[in-house]
Ligand binder design. Sequence first.
Ligand code: PMM
Length: 307
Amino acid sequence: MTSAVVPGLPAPGRCLVMGVVNVTPDSFSDGGAWFDPDKAVRHGLDLVAEGADIVDVGGESTRPGAQRVSQDEELRRVVPVIEALVAEDVPVSIDTMRAEVAEAALGVGARLVNDVSGGLADPAMPRVVAATGVPYVVMHWRGHSHDMQTRAVYDDVVREVRDELLRRVDAVLREGVDPSMIVLDPGLGFAKNPEAGHNWSLLAHLDAFTGTGHPVLVGASRKGFLTRLLADSDGAARPFGECDDATVAVTSLVAAAGAWCVRVHRVRPNADAVRVAAAMRAARPAPEETYGKAAADGRAEHGSPRL
Ligand code: PMM
């Protein structure tokens, strides 16, 4: 079974690992740790040494409730870090909703635009992506972080997220983005209600996204739905930094289900997990029914009920 290939990015024949470098004082899960540019660069290089295929550099927090930073501040945070990582041959993606930030990042060598708004926050973004011909992560998004959780209302979360994403794909194609460059992301935690199980439904039905033919990126790392799953007996959510093992569990499952890439904060165990999933996928070249059908036929031959 082959993995999706996105032009211009590593293609090791397994799910990729994107390591996160948030150059922010206030990110969801690692806010402040890599705010200093030198520390951010060192962290990016450490993530590569641990097995990251891509390093995702972001200068604006998207945690629920976050306020926006100015464009100048965002540029000031990310450009020197990207420049330094590119100088070390690291494949870098820029995590931004702003076309001008994407353009500056691509100008210093970033290879992929990761836009959590899927082109909705800045209508100029798809044109920048089209003009530069880079891969483009189009994430499901319903509005900025300060009030996004009020928009987490769905009748059928899987169908609605998929349909909204495909409408975004149509929109960015109309702006000239190459279809082979589009990566879809269901946007776990963004306008998704953990209590309503939206994130779990999306994970359980990843085929709704992989089935579109576009590569799929999953960002589950340290998200609130994991902190709540692992809440203690008093109901207190598990701290973000103690959800890395659960993140690895999600990585194994989505890599086995055909995700193209996982976006994670702790790289090494996730890099191990994608290799485990790849080994299992490689050992299962034939359709899954092969043994299942034989087992069912065998049961029938031996007179046992077919369940
Ligand atoms: N999540 C965050 C930031 N950027 N990008 C993509 N494509 N998918 C995500 O799920 C995603 C993202 C928020 O996480 P963080 O602030 O903890 O890094």
